[in-house]
Design a protein around this ligand. Structure first.
Ligand SMILES: [Cu+2]
Length: 69
C-alpha cells in the first residue's frame, strides 16, 4: 500500500478492517512525499482515514474493499 501526498500539508493513513481490531498505520507523508506499508490484508471492507489534526472530521476518509485473490 502506498500513500502519495499531492497536497500542501502533511497527511498520514490509518486503516482498520470493519469488524477487526488492528489499526494499520502508514507514516506521515510530507507534501510531495510517499510512504509505504507492506501488509497482507484479510478480505473485507476497510475504513481508511487520516489521523492528523481534524482531517478525519473534515472528510479525509475512504473505504477500501479487499477481495479474495
Ligand atoms: Cu490529512
Amino acid at each position: 500500500m502506498q500513500l502519495a501526498n499531492f497536497g500542501e500539508d502533511e497527511h498520514d493513513l490509518r486503516l482498520r478492517r470493519v469488524g477487526g481490531t488492528r489499526t494499520y498505520r502508514v507514516g506521515t507523508a510530507s507534501p510531495g512525499g510517499v510512504r509505504e506499508l507492506e501488509a497482507r490484508f484479510l478480505p473485507g471492507r476497510f475504513r481508511l482515514w487520516c489521523s492528523i489534526a481534524d482531517h478525519r472530521a473534515r472528510g479525509m476518509t475512504a473505504t477500501l474493499l479487499v477481495k479474495k485473490a
